[in-house]
Design a protein around this ligand. Sequence first.
Ligand code: NAD
Ligand SMILES: O=C(O)C(=O)C[C@@H](O)[C@H](O)[C@H](O)COP(=O)(O)O
Ligand code: ZN
Length: 359
Amino acid sequence: MTATRIGVGGAAAPYDVVVGSGVFAELPGLVGEQAAQVAVIHPEGLAELAWPVQRVLADAGHGVLALPVPDGEAAKTASVAAGLWERLGQAGFTRSDAVVGVGGGATTDLAGFVGATWLRGVRTVLVPTTLLGMVDAAVGGKTGINTPEGKNLVGAFHPPAGVLCDLATLPGLPAADYIGGLAEVIKAGFIADTVILDLVRADPEGAVRPEGRHTREIIERAIAVKAAVVSEDLRESGRREFLNYGHTLGHAIERAEAYRFRHGYAVSVGMVFAAELARLDGRIDAAAAAAHREVLTSVGLPVTYARGAWPGLRESMRVDKKARGATVRFVVLDAIGSPAILAGPSDALLERAYEAVAV
Ligand SMILES: NC(=O)c1ccc[n+]([C@@H]2O[C@H](COP(=O)([O-])OP(=O)(O)OC[C@H]3O[C@@H](n4cnc5c(N)ncnc54)[C@H](O)[C@@H]3O)[C@@H](O)[C@H]2O)c1
Ligand SMILES: O=C(O)C(=O)C[C@@H](O)[C@H](O)[C@H](O)COP(=O)(O)O
Ligand SMILES: [Zn+2]
């Protein structure tokens, strides 16, 4: 399988997202000859996925420090990050050393954050092993952890030196996690590349499988959307906010569920809510709002959430990073493929939009 390279600019050093098989061979070149030690951060349950990464690095003469962390979202905490800082300190990790994150988006967010903060930043390479990690989390340099007050509230922009997506890792991913990744894929379709929506609609059964007819094209198109946006606006002072489509409500749902609700599932509900906001604000018609429900449900993503949760969700949304003072701001669509910002909608409008997802 030939590898595809998607370039990402906008950072001090441009880098590639490499998609294919056998891509781990690029690891030594990416961590750099000067790295006497490479810390490989991976979920404790996925040691077998991290093993080939460690072997390639060891064979190239790097000292490897394997750092297992709790699975998924449980790793995105200050205490897990502090434990990793302790290990790096004990190992005498210097600025010429490197961090490699292997796993889903939660693991690469944590590994990126540790890479961003250790000695104020060391070279970081990401090896996403989930669909969501490949098409979104590992690309673009947003790193972070959660706090009790909300999702990703602490973090840094720290672009990786490279992102290696080995498609052979995807068949081992539980179906529910694969489907979670499709929410970000479909998001890329709604905000930018509508061909993604056409490909999902053309074969929804194939879309939920790593071996689907259009899988590779869908993955590469979604990465290309993310790469184009972050190349133009790394620090989210403009267009990058559009990548947050569905996330304002989505993050509030994740917090309400103590992060036991998959990110992609929460974003799916959040996109339906955002579509209703846009419809009620007169930006899109009922058909465009219905298209959200149709595409998302066609791949098994949720489009509803508990009615009684609204007051808590409304409160949580105040700490969304797009808020400015008391003004909450939402990504909405002016048309499919054409995102915009809706600033300061009234509580009544928000509540009406929530009615459309409430059960
Ligand atoms: N930084 C960003 O720009 C960005 C973008 C999107 C999402 N995110 C973050 O990404 C996270 C969600 O990522 P996710 O959906 O990958 O979840 P995740 O990291 O929790 O991984 C989901 C599950 O899949 C398992 N897994 C990973 N790879 C596997 C494989 N190949 N085979 C079998 N099991 C495997 C994990 O251990 C975990 O249990 C959230 O924390 C979200 O906030 C960040
Ligand atoms: O890369 C971005 O920018 C995004 O918003 C992508 C999102 O899919 C991702 O979930 C991101 O982590 C959300 O960032 P946050 O700044 O809202 O925490
Ligand atoms: Zn996301």
